[in-house]
Design a protein around this ligand. Structure first.
Ligand SMILES: [Zn+2]
Length: 497
């Protein structure tokens, strides 16, 4: 059983000014041929789970091409075209195949191509014909399109957020692929969609959260034998396209009508809980003041500037609040600002200098904040992820500087990098255990740091990843949609190609 293995993972954001180019993907790694197997080995990636499962099932692998680029704005069309050609032509040229597995995020966007995963899958299907089964693993925030569902036989999404099950998701997709290749099942995938988007911050699958009930419903349907796999996609909400909305998906054994029914059931499980996804949030000034009234350490979640959601990571809104409300309180904050890093490097460690911090790339909402700070440390910005799907991989902040103004320590970095826990702070010499206030620019991983003595406050406000989705000046999104409109009947989106 010869199986081609490939992947293209990236999460886009229409509101972000970031443009990801080849160099940005190269920082995380672009792997071709056998190098792909080495890159996946020992990792908690979906790709790794699939590879291990396929090998255990006796498959002979044809590794083709894989890259995983994190989150940002648009991917340059030229790089996407190159990656797509490598994947589609590489698989088509790999000789006779019995199956194909692809690791994808599912929410990539390019300047021109708004459904890159659908384009890859459709082109691949056209090249290899209808008989070779294609299995795909996706992130839970995928924007699943009818074109994707039509071209793939098997689609399986992450079950958890925080994403702790990427490896298992790849393994599940591969296990279904093996069964299809052996002729044990004839998988069909169907989706159902509503014109609704949900705040990412409220989308945890932890006990008690609305998505936990949706996840439980999906697992119960699988356990009852009504579907081979059930997935739910609350979707990356900051995509300004008319066809973006929450999606239910089911894979059944040859029964398209049953797959549609199950997809509809799980979609409705999200829709009926839509109000519960909204969490309280505060302006940066309110948040800092409220945090100082609490015992213990408080994590300030800079939700509107979430690098994990594709934002620039350069909003100085919280910095301004810390300097105004808590200038002597020990705190740590991370900010993308290559110009500040360069100024710190030319000043030298121990020097004091005047900085204009933040709004380095994105000045739509904020201006740089003037700060006199001491250059505490210069560092290379390399760290190792201790958990999550990329555990063990190297994070590259680029040249970075730790600046101190009173009690406020600012980690200025060159690149916007997905943060997991505090690996990035620790690598640059900041011990968050000694801080009363610590800022994070992700929407979920910070939860792994919560516990006795550590609470969090989410920030509200403008940015490329705002909480209030109804306030965004959408250009392409059509009314009515949730949460701008609360219609008695859910507004549907097309589910077939
Ligand atoms: Zn995700």
């Amino acid at each position: 059983m010869r199986v081609a293995v490939a992947g293209l993972e990236y999460e886009g954001n229409s509101l972000s000014l970031r443009i990801e180019r080849r160099a940005d993907f190269e920082r995380m790694g672009i792997f071709e041929g056998a190098a792909l197997l080495g890159a996946a080995a020992g990792k908690q990636l979906a790709l790794a789970g699939a590879i291990e499962t396929l090998l255990a099932g006796g498959a002979a692998l044809r590794p083709i091409y894989w890259t995983k680029g994190g989150a940002g704005g648009h991917v340059e069309d030229a790089f996407f075209a190159e990656a797509m050609a490598r994947i589609v032509e590489g698989i088509a040229d790999a000789g006779p195949l019995e199956g194909v597995y692809l690791a994808m995020h599912g929410a990539m966007i390019c300047a021109v191509e708004k459904d890159p995963e659908g384009a890859v899958l459709a082109a691949l299907r056209a090249r290899i014909g209808p008989r070779v089964p294609i299995a795909v693993s996706l992130d839970l925030h995928a924007h699943v399109t009818p074109r994707m569902a039509a071209a793939a036989d098997i689609i399986v999404g992450y079950e958890t957020y925080p994403h702790v099950d990427a490896h298992r998701t790849g393994a599940r997709a591969a296990a279904l692929l093996l069964r299809a290749m052996r002729g044990e099942i004839r998988p069909v995938t169907r989706i159902r969609k509503y014109n609704a988007i949900l705040p990412v911050l409220g989308g945890a699958t932890d006990a008690g959260a609305p998505m936990a009930a949706v996840a439980a419903a999906a697992r119960a349907i699988e356990a009852a034998g009504h579907a081979l796999s059930v997935s739910y996609f609350p979707v990356q909400p900051w995509l300004d396209m008319a066809d973006v909305g929450i999606t239910g998906l089911a894979v059944t054994d040859g029964d398209a009508a049953a797959a549609e029914g199950v997809a509809q059931t799980i979609l409705d499980a999200m829709w009926t809980r839509r109000h519960a996804f909204e969490l309280p949030a505060m302006t940066p000034d309110q948040a800092v003041r409220a945090a100082l009234l609490r015992e213990g350490r408080v994590l300030l979640v800079d939700a509107p500037d979430s690098i994990g959601g594709g934002a620039s990571g350069d909003s100085p809104a919280l910095l301004a609040a810390l300097l105004a409300q808590a200038p002597q309180v020990e705190s740590a904050l991370c900010l993308v600002d290559p110009a500040a890093v360069q100024r710190a490097a030319s000043s030298g460690e121990g020097a004091e200098a005047r900085f204009e911090l933040g709004a380095w790339q994105d000045r739509r909402w904020f201006a740089p904040v003037p700060v006199t700070a001491r250059v505490e440390r210069l560092c290379d910005g390399l760290f190792t992820y201790r958990g999550g799907p990329v555990a063990g991989a190297t994070g590259r902040l680029g040249p970075s500087a730790v600046l101190r103004a009173g009690g406020v320590r600012i980690l200025a970095t060159t690149h916007a990098v997905y943060e997991h826990l505090d690996e990035h702070y620790a690598a640059c010499g900041i011990d968050i255990g000694a801080c009363r206030l610590v800022s994070f620019k992700n929407l979920m991983n910070y939860r792994k740091l919560l516990g006795p003595g550590t609470s969090f406050i989410a920030l509200d406000g403008p940015g490329a990843t705002p909480l209030r989705l109804q306030d965004v000046a959408w250009k392409q999104r059509r009314r009515p949609f949730w949460p701008a409109d609360d219609t008695p009947e859910p507004p549907p989106l097309p589910a077939s190609a």
